[in-house]
Design a protein around this ligand. Structure first.
Ligand SMILES: Cc1ncc(COP(=O)(O)O)c(C=O)c1O
Length: 1013
């Protein structure tokens, strides 16, 4: 309710304090609170107790006051999980007092207990669990009020959905677009009058808006703790209360229906809903919104300057615009599903009928003479489908299908029901869900793969419902839909897609068809735009208002509903279309890992991902959801880059052996690699991993100098072999580490943001530590083997070396007789954009460079490149044999990777996109000061979360990475304090990807959990 607010009625905080003391004997400070009817104050006493003081407007209806008080009294002890405000009696033991204000008006004053919590309107984000909790809270109140009766409850009230017809008089307040929406729902409301009249009735809260719901304090799992303000309670259809909760709580959600289902589920848990109620719930949500916007439109005229009154108008209209696009039947089935019912009410009876009317391949395609089905896996993770460039090549796929058919002449490939397919994992099938993007990948029909022009025969009696030449959508071709009757008065549809053009005239709409009648034929590939002729066969229990066509794929998150609307065609089929065998559940995969793989293997994210495919900057999970990968610098030129894949496949088909035979590829790769390096670095050794490369580099340094003492950075990481762990402070100083070996000497992490020296000028100060270590060793009579370092320290938290550090450090090391080893495992192959190798940024030339991750684009390929002098001393007679290192397959892959970097201009791309991300991050740093530092170069970036005292915020960083994963962006944290978010994506990361990253970051930074810094 929103009556006008007159300033002379206002109560000051001083007045509130004295009213509290005079009438209730409670002394405390008064803090004004929002309120539409009453003037509300929080009274806070010196011993930290709180109460709510409510002062009425003049002319209070005592029946109304009594009604509200009785509700509160009734609720005491009736709710188990919710706290309900208690009435505090006045000094005389009455639930309220009256007083006369300065204008001689009698006012009423009441006191209620205070409930700790924050208003729903201040909580961000509203997660699914909280929606569920709201549902439970609403259900609990509804349940508790079932036995409540009061004469005032049966009042005339505009906010009561049952009485919504008053809005008919206000159509003139809306523009034409708004009118379409209002009249659409109003017509349905009028048409449903009888149905609505028969629904259960009771007193309901009737106003669970954002400011009447209290949520527990900031925790990872906030819950609704109370629903307050029963001022709008009314006797009406019970289901209206749920409709109202939904109407407010799903505003501003990209997918309001999906959000509403959590509320329905929670509500049903506490108060069992009836089918008749669920049937109209979608309509009732709309009606509440329409009441709200009509009242706003009217109030706008009465009080044009009162913004409070208009507060929910915009989001209410926005939701109405979304809600009208939600099919009411789909909503009904979804609500049923949320309540644990079978989504489509006819599904069980259909299943029984269908089992009695089986048919098979020989009924549909008798001319083929085929009676057996075989199966090809076309799911997202199918190795038969292979790369996108393969399965989008129509000629190639037609060839492959036909080769299969030739090999299995007595069978027909039948597949696809509920298969999640990679064809649909593209932007054309994408929508914004409540947690990032979703893809409509789950196939709702069965496909029969066979020759074009094969005649098609009706498997059941029916009537031609529609014939449609779907030539706008090249992927579909002509479609015929037949309608069939079953049981008494029930019907279902069978859809036949990818037909030939000639099928358009074989039969006509409305024509009766008998089982076994020829009514169309399969389209040739060029007629239906597919790789290979096939029939898409789908069963549909409800056309959901569609006439010619019907969605053939659904969002996996909605699959329970869609598989009920489109039941499994296998129920009819005598030859079953098998599902791919590999349908292992996530839990089974985790269980096996736990039991049989090393406990020291970790999984990323609180909710681990099951990835089955990679494409460019994306990883794709087994449901076909794409995740933007900002972490994986191994997939240097993009996940499964088609040229790299082909190069590896081609060489693998020909030869893979060790380096003891002559082969051109090892020379070519060496040549290609050396052309990116200074001429001093001229000898290559191929190995299989970054660790192996560093192990070999260390061995070379030991061998060259005859020494074992090495300098390395604090928090540095160089690999998992014994020697590498020995120079990796990240490991030996980390969890499970045994501390520094005596031959390792640590240089402080040259962190210019939070390190021991800060600012841009501190390079020399850090370099002085190198010199100090060397002097200390010299004083002990020791010499060194060398210094191993990254030029941007990755595990250390993307720490860029300060200017002047490396050149001075190199000088000192060399003066002491040591070698300089640059570990380019993370930073190499052009990632920084400006240079091929990160050491080049500092104008130095190492004695040894180690290269790993990016060189093989995910294939195990690494290299050690050194000077002639180092190489010659290493080749002391002992053979350097490496079974796999430098094999032709690895080399073919490495050659292609370097070619792609060059030919696709990926270094330039890294520079351009890296700079865009850097500047965007710096921009949002102003908006979100929790971002303490932004750093890096090219596509090797990082940002650090700190509070105002530069203290690291690990909790927020972990939250951010996990939330970003939920929103479809993969990020990882690192650094000694786990508060640095690393950005080192595949080098094909483009502008659109950068925008997506920044947009999602902004979204998550706005969330409550990120504001705690
Ligand atoms: C800087 C650096 N060096 C070496 C390695 C070891 O490489 P790999 O895991 O290929 O053995 C890593 C791995 O993360 C690394 O980050």
């Amino acid at each position: 309710m929103a009556p006008p607010i007159y300033s002379h009625l206002q109560i000051t905080t001083d007045q509130a304090c004295s009213l509290s003391e005079i009438h209730f004997g409670i002394v405390g400070a008064a803090i004004p609170l929002a309120g539409e009817v009453d003037f509300n104050f929080r009274i806070k006493t010196s011993d930290e107790l709180s109460y709510i003081l409510k002062v009425s407007r003049p002319g209070m209806d005592y029946d109304y006051v009594d009604f509200q008080l009785k509700i509160l009294l009734h609720l005491v002890g009736e709710t188990s999980e919710l706290t309900v405000p208690k009435i505090i009696l006045n000094k005389e033991g009455n639930p309220y007092s009256t007083f006369t204000d300065h204008f001689g008006e009698v006012r009423l004053v009441r006191m209620l207990s205070w409930i700790d919590g924050r208003l729903w309107s201040t909580v961000h984000p509203i997660k699914d669990e909280l929606l569920y909790s709201l549902g439970k809270a609403g259900g609990e109140i509804t349940m508790a009020l079932q036995s409540f009766h009061h004469p005032f409850a049966k009042r005339a009230f505009e906010w009561d959905i049952d009485q919504a017809l008053w809005i008919e008089n206000y159509f003139h307040l809306f523009d034409s677009d708004q009118n379409i929406i209002v009249s659409h729902f109003l017509k349905k409301f009028i048409a449903q009058k009888n149905h609505l009249g028969q629904l259960r009735k009771s007193v309901i809260h009737n106003d669970t808006n954002d400011n009447n719901i209290l949520v527990s304090d900031k925790s990872t799992h906030p819950e609704v703790v109370s629903i307050i303000d029963f001022g709008d309670a009314v006797y009406t259809s019970t289901i209206n209360d749920l409709a109202i909760s939904i109407a407010y709580a799903v505003m501003e959600k990209p997918d309001p229906l999906a959000a509403s289902l959590h509320i329905v589920k929670g509500y049903h848990k506490k108060f069992v809903l009836q089918d008749a109620e669920l049937k109209v719930l979608h309509l009732l949500v709309a009606m509440r919104l329409i009441i709200s916007v009509t009242k706003s439109a009217r109030n706008k005229i009465a009080e044009p300057n009162n913004e409070y009154l208009l507060i929910s108008e915009k989001p209410a209209w926005a939701l109405l615009r979304q809600w009208i696009d939600v099919d009411e039947h789909l909503a009904y089935y979804s609500f049923r599903n949320a309540c644990g019912m079978i989504p489509h009410p006819n599904q069980s009876s259909f299943n029984i009928w269908a089992k009695d009317h089986p048919f098979g391949i020989s009924d549909l395609f008798p001319t083929t003479g085929i009676t057996e089905a075989s199966h090809i896996d076309m799911s997202v993770g199918s190795t038969w489908l292979g790369h996108r460039v393969d399965f989008t090549d129509n000629d190639l796929m037609a060839c492959r299908i036909s080769a299969w058919t030739k090999k299995h002449p007595d069978t027909m490939v039948v597949n696809g029901y509920l298969e999640t397919r990679p064809f649909y994992s593209t932007n054309a099938y994408r929508k914004e869900g409540n947690h990032g993007p979703l893809y409509r990948t789950a196939h709702l029909g069965v496909d029969f793969w066979l020759d074009g022009h094969t005649p098609l025969f009706a498997p059941l009696d029916g009537v031609v419902f529609s014939i449609y030449n779907n030539d706008q959508d090249k992927d579909y071709g002509p479609t015929i839909i037949l309608k069939h009757k079953f049981g008494t008065e029930k019907s279902f549809f069978t859809l036949y897609g990818h037909l030939s053009k000639s099928s358009l005239v074989t039969v006509s709409v409305g024509q009766s068809i008998t089982k076994g009648q020829h009514f169309g034929s399969i389209g040739q590939a060029d007629e239906n735009g597919n790789w290979s002729p096939h029939l898409h066969f789908q069963i549909i229990l409800d056309m959901l208002g569609n006439i010619h066509d019907f969605p053939g794929v659904a969002f996996p998150s909605e699959i329970d509903i869609w598989k009920s609307i489109c039941p499994d065609p296998n129920i009819f089929l005598t030859q079953q279309a098998l599902l791919p065998k590999d349908q292992l559940q996530q839990t089974e995969l985790i269980q096996y890992r736990t039991n049989h793989l090393s406990g020291s293997l970790s999984l990323s994210y609180a909710e681990p991902l099951h990835i089955v495919r990679g494409e460019g900057a994306y990883l794709i999970d087994k449901t076909g959801r794409r995740y933007l990968d900002t972490v994986n610098n191994v997939a240097h030129v993009g996940h499964e880059h088609p040229r790299v894949v082909k190069a590896g496949q081609a060489q693998m088909a020909l030869l893979n052996t060790n380096t003891r035979y002559l082969h051109a590829s090892i020379n070519q790769l060496a040549e290609s690699l050396l052309s990116t390096l200074p001429p001093e670095l001229c000898v290559v050794h191929f190995v299989n991993s970054g660790s192996e490369a560093n192990e070999l580099a260390l061995r070379m340094a030991y061998n060259f100098t005859g020494q074992h003492d090495m300098l390395a950075f604090e928090v540095g990481y160089h690999g998992n072999t014994n020697a590498c762990i020995g120079v990796s402070s990240y490991k030996f100083d980390g969890k499970g580490g045994k501390g520094k070996p005596k031959e390792t000497h640590l240089v402080p992490l040259p962190d210019t943001y939070r390190g021991i020296y800060r600012g841009t000028e501190c390079g020399l100060k850090y370099a002085a530590h190198v010199e100090a270590i060397l002097q200390q060793l010299a004083s002990e009579g020791k010499k060194i083997a060398g210094f191993i370092h990254e030029s941007i320290i990755s595990c250390g938290g993307q720490i860029e070396l300060p200017y002047g550090f490396l050149s001075n450090a190199y000088q000192s090391i060399r003066d002491a007789g040591g070698l300089c080893i640059a570990d380019e495992v993370q930073t190499g192959c052009g990632r920084l954009g400006s240079h091929w190798w990160a050491f080049e940024q500092h104008g130095v030339i190492p004695d040894i460079v180690t290269i790993g991750k990016p060189l093989g684009n995910g294939h195990p390929l690494a290299a050690v490149v050194c000077t002639r002098a180092v190489a010659d001393r290493f080749a002391n007679g002992m053979e350097f044999f490496n079974t796999f290192g430098g094999n032709p397959v690895s080399c073919a892959i490495g050659i292609e990777v370097l070619k792609v970097v060059r030919e696709e201009g990926l270094m330039q791309n890294a520079l351009t996109i890296g700079n865009v991300i850097l500047s965007d991050l710096k921009m949002i740093q102003d908006e979100f000061p929790i971002i303490g530092d932004v750093r890096g170069a090219g596509l090797f970036l990082g940002f650090e979360l700190t509070d105002e005292n530069l203290c690291p915020l690990e909790k927020q960083s972990t939250y951010l990475a996990n939330r970003m994963r939920t929103m479809g962006v993969l990020m990882s944290t690192d650094g000694p304090d786990h508060n640095v978010l690393k950005i080192k994506p595949p080098m094909v990361f483009n502008h659109e990807n950068a925008d997506e990253l920044i947009t999602r970051l902004r979204q998550v930074f706005r969330e409550d959990a990120m504001q705690d810094g």
